[in-house]
Design a protein around this ligand. Structure first.
Ligand SMILES: Nc1nc2c(ncn2[C@@H]2O[C@H](COP(=O)(O)OP(=O)(O)O)[C@@H](O)[C@H]2O)c(=O)[nH]1
Ligand SMILES: [Mg+2]
Length: 277
């Protein structure tokens, strides 16, 4: 189990979550459209068996063609999915409608739990649903100071910073999550992640790489691509050498802000597809 509830021991944490779940009518599970599989942690769903909506955030940063592939996959899995662009509010109307679908025949005000690993957009989503700023965006998960229910036109919402940790199935998953800043950079160094990302882009999105950095040869050796970008963007040390850390951070920042283009780091796996059929 990767579930964590601050502070406390694992068994206690699990009990607390089970207690919490009794009060919940619907769960919104949040994932990031650029890493739709890697950003999910199914552990919480082992405890939770109630209706669930998969809220896919950051679709503005993701590759629309790949998002369509994911949608087809989720359809096979019979997931209830809503695509979102939270910065402009796209999809929020549909999400509200989906939530209401589950909330018929309720006596008390229905309660909605928002779960997801750090940085997927839970707080932004809650603020959008509530129509005002109640949850702190970008805040680091910290000590949970008791539950705070937020009213959102007809239902109540609960933010859960720190409740769900990433499930790091393998190195690739960890790298993808580091690339989108869902796990801390200290886990990998920025240079390693950047090299990984550049290799991925060379393979999957060479045209975007070429266009963003005016590369003559986007398929060139990765060291060379890295150096060309560093020189071109003035990431240099006083001796004229490349400032490797600065170059790596710049490329990561470009990627995270969507400046290289709309990019999705993974597709459904063949074995995922088989499971669905
Ligand atoms: N481009 C883009 N950025 C988003 C979107 N949703 C959230 N963000 C950004 O992602 C970062 C993390 O959001 P936050 O709500 O704090 O995530 P939380 O840790 O899950 O609560 C913030 O900088 C948000 O502005 C989205 O749909 N598109
Ligand atoms: Mg938050």
């Amino acid at each position: 189990m990767n579930i964590q509830w601050y502070p406390g021991h694992m068994a206690k944490a699990k009990r607390q979550i089970q207690e919490l779940m009794k009060q919940i009518d619907v769960v919104i599970e949040v994932t990031d459209a650029r890493v739709p599989h890697s950003a999910r942690n199914p552990d919480i769903l082992e405890i939770y068996r109630k209706p669930r909506i998969l809220a896919v955030t950051k679709c503005d940063l993701a590759d629309p063609a790949r998002t369509q592939v994911w949608l087809q996959y989720w359809e096979l899995q019979q997931e209830d999915v809503v695509l979102l662009e939270l910065l402009n509010g796209k999809g929020i109307y549909v999400l509200r409608k989906e939530i209401r679908k589950y909330l018929t025949r309720q006596k008390r005000e229905p309660r909605v739990l928002v779960v997801g690993i750090p940085n997927v957009g839970k707080s932004t989503l809650i603020n959008r649903l509530a129509g005002r700023s109640c949850a702190k965006v970008g805040a680091k998960p910290g000590v949970t100071k008791g539950k705070q229910w937020i009213s959102a036109r007809g239902f109540k919402l609960l933010d859960t910073p720190g409740l769900l940790r990433p499930k790091l199935e393998d190195q690739e998953t960890a790298r993808r999550l580091a690339a989108v800043a869902a796990i801390k950079e200290e886990v990998f160094d920025s240079e390693e992640i950047t090299y990984w990302l550049l290799r991925f882009l060379q393979k999957e999105y060479p045209h975007l790489l070429e266009r963003r950095y005016n590369l003559e040869d986007p398929a060139a050796d990765i060291d060379q691509v890295f150096s060309v970008i560093g020189v071109q963007r003035g990431c240099l040390l006083s001796g004229g050498e490349i400032n490797r850390l600065q170059t790596a951070r710049l490329i990561l920042k470009d990627f995270r802000q969507g400046l290289i283009g709309p990019i999705t780091l993974e597709l459904p796996q063949r074995n995922d597809l088989n499971e669905g059929s």
